[in-house]
Design a protein around this ligand. Structure first.
Ligand SMILES: Nc1ncnc2c1ncn2[C@@H]1O[C@H](COP(=O)(O)OP(=O)(O)OP(=O)(O)O)[C@@H](O)[C@H]1O
Ligand SMILES: [Mg+2]
Length: 385
């Protein structure tokens, strides 16, 4: 085990069982969704703990990170993950090439290009995954990090549908199973992938992914190596206060390490100050952005925050709520006009400010739950439901 990460083997093995051994009546075969707030260690856990646990349990794991390269279409990233897995073995390639009607295959891939696998290509994702399943006789787990990105483009949505078809085929008794595990930081957004019947993962299980716990803090305090020891109980309170984000602790420790004039007796106090200062800075930036919104933009953001999943941007009751929200903000009756075109512009502006996120079909969500929390704490959501 590496010293740079705190590992959670017990959680990994529990989740791995949930993913692989689908119990009677469980929806896990449709897919498993893991949601937790930003920067709380989802990707680290998936890469460092869950993936090895799944592999140890005998699965082939494919990993697609839809945030790794934002210039690539999410659909293309998913296809690449499949190609990469198929490309790992000549056996799969031979089998695939045959299924594509190429009898003479030059093993070594000379006659067969992985480019032929893809959406709308001669070898679709289902055939590729079926070949992988039959050849390996193992269950395949496809992990998609930041899966909500997939529904922001047509190609991404198409890839999800292709995966749904592949999943249904591979989970039949003829093959060895396909599990799709999606992670993301926003529950509302992830929920869009499974809530409506026309979405690819209707009915998939949503698991609230546990944040790092006291044991992580114990590990952190034992290994942080500062001029004086930190008290794990106090540090845990700080950690909780700051949204369970390990980076804030790490950065505070760095500040102390580089502060050569600090007296060891002051370490604990200074550490707490540093953590809080960073958390406040993050909040202050967000507040600034929120306070610079126009009345319509602010109204749209607040109504969206209140409505969550049920937000329908242009329906009459929603329009009335915008007007109400603007009046609350003491905008004069004359200025407080919510018109479709205003609202449209506001939605675009909010996206540009990264406050709001849009799925390809015009479904919107507040980008980060902290924004909602901040509005709530400031009393800006009162009277809007
Ligand atoms: N188990 C751990 N041990 C030590 N550090 C960790 C652990 N998990 C996360 N971290 C640290 O916390 C930070 C955020 O982790 P990570 O990127 O995994 O979070 P995330 O939830 O995937 O974030 P994002 O919302 O940006 O995708 C990283 O700097 C990482 O090194
Ligand atoms: Mg991540």
């Amino acid at each position: 085990m590496s010293a740079t990460f705190y590992h959670r083997p017990a959680l990994a093995s529990r989740l791995s069982k949930l993913i692989l051994n689908v119990a009677v009546g469980s929806a896990a075969g449709s897919g498993v969704f893991l949601a937790a707030p930003r920067r709380t260690g989802k990707s680290t856990f998936v890469r460092e703990d869950l993936r090895p646990a799944l592999e140890e349990a005998g699965a082939i794991v494919l990993y697609a990170d839809l945030w790794k390269d934002l210039t690539k279409d999410p659909g293309a990233v998913i296809v690449e993950a499949v190609r990469e897995a198929v490309g790992r073995s000549e056996g799969f390639i031979t089998r695939l090439a045959k299924s594509a009607g190429m009898e003479k295959v030059t093993v070594g891939g000379l006659n067969f290009s992985l480019d032929r696998i893809g959406l709308g290509k001669d070898i679709d994702l289902t055939s590729a995954l079926v070949a992988l399943s039959d050849e390996s006789r193992k269950v395949i787990v496809l992990m998609i990090d930041e899966a909500q990105q997939a529904i922001t483009t047509e190609q991404g949505a198409a890839a999800l549908f292709a995966l749904k078809a592949a999943r249904d085929e591979l989970n039949s008794s003829k093959h060895h199973g396909l599990r799709v595990v999606c992670t993301g930081s926003n529950r509302d957004k992830l929920a869009m992938l499974r809530n409506s019947k026309d979405q690819a993962f209707f009915g998939a299980s949503m698991v609230e992914f546990p944040t790092l716990d006291q044991a992580f803090i114990d590990w952190f305090c034992a290994n942080v190596d500062l001029p004086a020891a930190l008290d794990p109980a106090t540090v845990f309170e700080l950690f909780e206060e700051c949204g369970f984000r390990p980076e804030l602790l790490g950065a505070a420790a760095d500040e102390i390490r580089f502060d050569f004039s600090l007296d060891p007796s002051q370490v604990a106090v200074r550490f707490a100050e540093c953590v809080r200062a960073q958390a406040n800075e993050l909040q202050a930036n967000l507040k600034k952005v929120i306070h610079s919104l126009t009345p319509v933009q602010s109204a749209v953001l607040r109504v969206m925050s209140v409505k969550g999943d049920d937000f329908a941007p242009f329906e009459a009751p929603t329009m009335a709520l915008y007007a109400k929200a603007m009046q609350q903000a003491a905008v004069s009756e004359q200025q407080a006009k919510a018109e479709i075109s205003n609202v449209q512009q506001a939605l675009i502006a909010l996206q540009e400010k990264n406050l709001v996120w849009r799925a390809s079909r015009g479904v919107y969500a507040v980008d980060e739950p902290v924004t909602v929390e901040l509005l709530q704490a400031a009393g800006m959501l009162e009277g809007l439901d």
